[in-house]
Design a protein around this ligand. Sequence first.
Ligand code: FAQ
Length: 316
Amino acid sequence: MNPTDEKELEKKFQERIDKGEVIEPKDWMPERYRKQLIRMMSQHALSEIVGMLPEGNWITRAPSLRRKAILLAKVQDEAGHGLYIYSGTETLGISREEMVADFFKGKAKYSSIFNYPTLTWADTGSIGWLVDGAAIVNQTALAKCSYGPYARAMIRICKEENFHHKQGYEILAHLMKGTPEQRQMAQDSVNRFWWPALMMFGPHDAESPHSADLLRWKVKLYSNDTLRQRFIDRTVSQAENIGIKLPDPKLKWNEEKQHYDFGEINWEEFNNVIKGNGICNKDRMKSRKQAHDNGAWVRDAAETYAKKHEKNAVSA
Ligand code: FAQ
């Protein structure tokens, strides 16, 4: 394409974005917009899939049939989220097979939070309350993002995440009414998950290489730091209500700013985890690979069925 035409198309594209129009798969879009969306959406889809592992670890050990049924439903929901987002990403011209292959080649990222282990039952509570809680803050904004298939997937996902958030909070609230050992288990779990949950929002705005483009294109509606602050502001009173102490001595209401001040995140730990050196990175890869290989016969059967069905349809 002639560079002048391309500039003109980019200008018109930005005008559509500025007017709040939704971009659909067949619309013209700059190559960088398409690539950024593939990067972000495929990371998001993969996070949902890998995110099944920490809680999946507790399905067989849930303390009652009721808890087991709820956890099973939650983990299945996460699989569904992964599939919607993978389908949404496919509208940008990449196949799910390619995205999955990128993960096994070590090229695809997923959220840092899923590289932390779930050591006790209370961790399923912390994941629901803090991890789903953080995901909701981020995803409620994404439900209004400029790319139609992504925004629409987020609407249903957010509804389900709200249930996840409540079930996690209820697990911790219940433990906090229990024995001193149960209260200690809940507190210890929040001590371990609080800071990694804050890392889910990504680096500080000034350190975030992708934010400028994503904000200009309204893929992101708010910056990493704005969403992190929003999450903290809404979570402090929830912790107080059930007697949990958030593990940050600097956490304090700032009357002037009308926000909570908080301590600095350990960015060295964050960078280490996203480079693949977190506690569970290798284990997560191994478990996903095993599940993928074990599912090969299902993919083969589905493909054979689809081909047969297609052949019959042609000859009918
Ligand atoms: N972990 O320039 P930025 C869930 C990377 S879903 C790992 O700020 P961006 C549901 C980033 O990719 C959770 N990597 O990047 C659930 C980039 O690396 P790259 C997932 C991170 O895209 C609950 C580099 O750092 N949600 O939890 C992280 O503008 C319970 C520079 O960063 C989403 O994916 C991180 N935390 O902003 C499931 C939401 N942060 O690609 C099961 C959609 C940053 O250049 C159980 N994604 N990086 O190699 C987003 O909103 C954004 O992509 C951010 C990062 C905010 C995550």
